[in-house]
Design a protein around this ligand. Structure first.
Ligand code: ZN
Length: 419
């Protein structure tokens, strides 16, 4: 279960925006102009190319590289070979998808419908393609992982993050999707058959490895979780120096569960008092932790007096167990206080997974498929009535995109030829 993507040959594809097919056809006849065009596009992107480890070319192509044309399925494309390390890059025009007959316009519609939560079968009807082709398309983008794609957009690695697992099913088995979100962007969407701390550490560890590869000095300052034991343990193992906070909104929603057998109206009113308490503490500019400690003690006493001693005791014990996580949230003003943005990401992913139920099977490419869905979540612009209409998550977080077209951005950013 949770098959990793099969190792393939090094994919050194470079998707280049030639604006339209006529421009591409014209450039094909003029090698100098073609090379100039490609180099100008790469220079504007500012990405480093994936040469072989030993190469001294420093991550770019030069006019001296070896250029060769070949015909592929009726289309002429160029291959460029670095004269130093012999790495071969395939220059793919924007109107072609790697190894796919499908045109990008068709793929665009299918992906947009998928992202919107339409079932694979219905997405396929829109584009006259098979449901399996849509599934494979999402996987193909998911072969590039999230950290390199997001850092290519100029986003800094998150110093503060939200971590939680989405519960899902693979046929009848329960599975978990460990997720890391910062603001509007998903940085990690893993897949685990177990909810043990070891399994979660392995999944979140994949994010940590990718982040350290990008920035060896990367340190997480704070992580917010819902307080689930395996999640907290895995964060503590992976990011030993980080502040570990518990989501305050989650705490608010859990409180009524502690008042077993008490009428709904009483539980509701206790919840709203607790809401005020947390809100007031967060509003303070100093001694927030001290204030919270005092108020929690008084609040438990208040429950003893108004609801009953047994309830007061239960709430007191619960506070004792969780308060360190709440203090962590208040100690650092930059700490996120609620995991709402992560819940939103999970809801969005859930709609897609539900729509794709038929494609969950133990031998599937879960890792690639989920990563592909996360790319769509990060790169497809919000719709008209949304707060950030017309902008995608990456832009909302301050990232730069190669072009104004999300589909092209997806193609360019997930090109295998970049380092
Ligand atoms: Zn090279």
């Amino acid at each position: 279960m949770g098959q990793a993507a099969k190792p393939t040959r090094h994919n050194r594809t470079l998707t280049i925006d030639f604006h339209d097919e006529t421009t591409y056809a014209e450039l094909l006849g003029n090698t100098t102009a073609f090379v100039e065009f490609v180099l100008a596009f790469l220079l504007a992107l500012g990405f480093q190319l994936l040469h072989k480890a030993s190469c001294s070319e420093g991550g770019s192509l030069t006019r001296h590289s070896h250029y060769a044309r070949l015909r592929l399925g009726g289309l002429t494309i160029w291959r460029v070979q670095c004269t130093t390390c012999k790495a071969v890059f395939t220059v793919l025009p924007h109107f072609v998808l790697r190894y796919r007959q499908m045109r990008p316009e068709v793929a665009r519609d299918a992906l947009l419908a998928t992202h919107g939560g339409l079932s694979l079968e219905l997405c396929a009807v829109i584009g006259h393609i098979s449901p399996m082709a849509v599934y494979r398309l999402v996987c193909s983008f998911g072969h590039q992982s999230l950290v390199p794609v997001l850092t290519r957009c100029g986003l800094p690695l998150p110093r503060y993050l939200l971590a939680d697992e989405k519960h899902s099913h693979c046929r009848t088995d329960k599975v978990y999707l460990p997720t890391i979100v910062s603001g509007r962007v998903i940085w990690h969407l893993g897949y685990s058959a177990s909810k043990s701390a070891v399994a979660f550490t392995a999944s979140y560890g994949a994010f940590q490895r990718a982040a350290l590869e990008h920035e060896p000095s990367y340190r997480v300052r704070g992580a917010l979780t819902d307080g689930f034991d395996s999640t907290t343990k895995s964060m503590r193992t992976l990011f030993p120096g980080a502040r570990l906070g518990y989501c305050l909104r989650h705490a608010l929603n859990k409180l009524p569960d502690k008042l077993i057998g008490v009428s709904a109206s009483v539980r509701q009113s206790v919840r709203s008092q607790f809401h005020t308490l947390l809100y007031r503490c967060r509003q303070r500019t100093s001694l927030r932790v001290v204030a919270l400690g005092q108020r929690l003690r008084r609040f438990a006493d208040h429950i003893t007096a108004t609801v009953g001693a047994e309830h007061g005791e239960r709430v007191r014990n619960w506070f004792k167990e969780k308060k360190a996580g709440w203090y962590a949230v208040l100690e650092d003003p930059q700490m996120p206080s609620s995991s709402t943005l992560l819940d939103q990401a999970h809801n969005a992913i859930d709609r897609k997974l539900f729509a794709m139920k038929g494609f969950h099977h133990p031998a599937g490419s879960q890792a690639a498929f989920l990563t592909g869905l996360a790319h769509l979540y990060n790169l497809i612009p919000y719709q008209r009535r949304a707060l950030s209409a017309g902008r995608c998550g990456v832009e909302v977080e301050g990232g730069r995109l190669p072009t104004h077209d999300w589909m092209l951005n997806l193609q360019v950013l997930t090109s295998g030829g970049f380092r």
